[in-house]
Design a protein around this ligand. Structure first.
Ligand code: ADP
Ligand code: MG
Length: 566
């Protein structure tokens, strides 16, 4: 009971920090239950892990908020944000030593993601959060702890896990926006489109490091008539926008006219966005993969032969290994590995591509004969990727017109507004046909699947556990294995990275030489699908967020210890 908690705190006040361990357990409050799952070892350690839970009927959230999986995800996302805001408003913040005084929940960015920070079932609503137990020096500050646990926390709980009439409209919008986004994504295939950008969408961001919408002077999106499609959404009703067709789409335009901004929005269109983001109805099929050059990365056993052949000294490219990729080989590997893991839409930007991978023009073909050039440039494979493998491409390219002939659609960004210039581009391609020759080394073959060998992500255990750490968005450490993946651009929250680290930990023992990488990825994703994200970790933690199979593949592919056979 809450009274017990009060008594313990009074008793251990002023004692050494370790005495806080006594708090572990469950306490019944007037209208919710508090679980103190894990007490931190000292005031500087990661804050303690706690949960508050209320029975579903008492929470006041009726079944309309959880009618579909996308509604439930949105409800949990909304409540996490509400908890976070309320905690900031209703607590005094840091008190005493270290992280004492803080009440923290996972902090979502602009995306609505599946999260372990909040769980809503038919039986209960539960928030999982962190609390820094306060100390003076290393002595327990019992009075502060009492204030946090018995007054601040119940106030936060009453705002964040109970339905309040004043949140009805914001919550309903949140849930309906998310449900519409999923419905939209589900309709793309039937419309033969790979992406959709609604009229009125606001694509530019506040700054290069601030993903919130640009507030001043943003030009709202308007679709060119020829690419306009109408879509009927369950909540919003009919909307219109630009539907980018399957196949090869080129985005051209002068510098600073909004090409990369459009592509970035499409990259993150695999996720749903919060109301007010401006990209709520910018939707990309969920198997879209951003590809960029990443020289210096390692590549293990990847079949890059569709793009790279006859390397110096006969180095094989059907199972290519390097500790130090070049720009072009890294980009080839990214594509081949992506397709191996199920990517069906590639997104490329000239800003982050290796020029020699993208194009090889007439003059260069004349000077350096194709026998001396191992690269089959992307331009000569892009169409075939679609016809033979069903892999579409959206490509930003302002610097070369060589792609005009191969592109099914050409969109020009001018003053942040798209125009369909397909016909004009095709005419120019015909009238100015040059002596450039297509350089295909042979037809595209079926995707090669690699089988990881045992022990290729070695994880040293200490006291029966593997120490798992993550740093920012792009680095994980499992035991002594460090994996960095700065070039994986479709990650938006450190919580995704934490979940990816747990997923690699789960995948590693499945790498026993009997399963393909794709089978392993499928197995891990199926476990998450069945048992939830929280099943990734052996402790109950509220700081994991959803990721895609493609990101898990990307992380494993960048492990420098990987060993595979084909
Ligand atoms: P490009 O790739 O064509 O060179 P960018 O997409 O990088 O251009 O955009 C150039 C600048 O214009 C960026 O600062 C971006 O935030 C801004 N911008 C892009 N789209 C819009 C828009 N619709 N309204 C206002 N500013 C925009
Ligand atoms: Mg650009």
């Amino acid at each position: 009971h809450a009274q017990t908690l009060k008594e313990i705190l009074r008793r251990i006040d002023g004692r050494g920090y370790k005495a806080y361990k006594e708090l572990q357990g469950a306490y019944t409050f007037d209208n919710f239950t508090l679980f103190i799952d894990h007490v931190q070892g000292d005031p500087f350690a990661q804050p303690s892990r706690l949960r508050v839970r209320v029975e579903r009927p008492a929470s006041g959230f009726d079944s309309s908020f959880t009618r579909s999986p996308s509604r439930t995800v949105a409800l949990c996302d909304y409540l996490t944000r509400r908890f976070s805001q309320t905690a900031r408003r209703l607590t005094k913040g840091v008190r005493g030593t270290g992280k004492g005084g803080l009440i923290l929940i996972d902090a979502p960015a602009q995306e609505i993601l599946p999260r372990t920070s909040m769980k809503v079932t038919d039986d209960y609503v539960e928030a999982r959060f962190f609390l820094g137990l306060p100390a003076v020096g290393r002595r327990i500050a019992g009075r502060d702890a009492t204030e946090m646990l018995l007054s601040e926390l119940p106030a936060i709980a009453s705002e964040a896990i109970f339905f309040k009439e004043n949140q009805r409209s914001a919550l309903t919008t949140h849930v309906e926006t998310c449900e519409d986004a999923d419905a939209l994504r589900n309709q793309l295939a039937a419309l033969n489109r790979v992406a959709f950008v609604a009229d009125g969408a606001q694509l530019p961001r506040a700054s290069g490091i601030d993903p919130r919408p640009l507030t001043k002077g943003a030009v709202p999106f308007t679709s060119p008539e020829s690419l306009r499609v109408d879509i009927d959404l369950p909540n919003q009703g009919k909307i219109s926008g630009m539907g980018i067709p399957e196949g090869v789409t080129l985005i051209v335009g002068g510098g600073f006219h909004g090409k990369s901004t459009l592509l970035n929005a499409l990259e993150l269109g695999v996720y749903n966005h919060i109301p007010g983001d401006g990209r709520e109805r910018v939707i990309t099929r969920s198997d879209a993969l951003k590809i960029r050059a990443a020289d210096g990365r390692s590549i293990t056993g990847t079949d890059i032969s569709p793009f790279i052949n006859d390397l110096p000294f006969g180095r094989p490219t059907r199972a290519f290994n390097t500790e130090n990729a070049s720009g072009s080989t890294s980009q080839a590997a990214g594509i081949c590995e992506g397709i191996e893991a199920g990517a069906r839409l590639l997104l490329l930007d000239e800003d982050t591509s290796a020029t020699n991978f993208m194009i090889r023009d007439e003059k260069m073909q004349k000077l350096v004969s194709s026998e001396n050039e191992p690269i089959t440039p992307f331009i000569d494979r892009v169409k075939e990727l679609h016809t033979a493998h069903g892999v579409s491409t959206i490509l930003v390219m302002g610097g070369s017109g060589d792609y005009f002939a191969t592109a099914d659609h050409v969109i020009q960004m001018a003053d942040y507004t798209p125009k369909d210039v397909t016909e004009k581009a095709h005419t120019i391609a015909k009238e100015h046909a040059n002596g450039r020759v297509v350089e295909i080394a042979g037809p595209l073959e079926p995707v090669t699947h690699r089988t990881p060998l045992p022990n290729c992500i070695p994880m040293e255990e200490r006291r029966g556990r593997v120490k798992i750490n993550t740093y920012g968005l792009h680095e994980i450490v499992l035991g002594k294995t460090r994996i960095t993946f700065d070039d994986v651009e479709q990650l938006v929250e450190p919580s995704q990275t934490r979940a990816l680290a747990e997923a690699v930990h789960m995948a590693a023992p499945l790498m026993d030489g009997s399963r393909t990488l794709d089978d392993i990825l499928k197995k891990v994703m199926a476990t998450i699908e069945m048992n939830g994200l929280e099943s990734l970790s052996d402790i109950l933690r509220g700081d994991l967020a959803g990721f895609r199979k493609l990101e898990l593949a990307a992380v494993i592919n960048r492990a420098r210890t990987l060993k595979t056979r084909t």
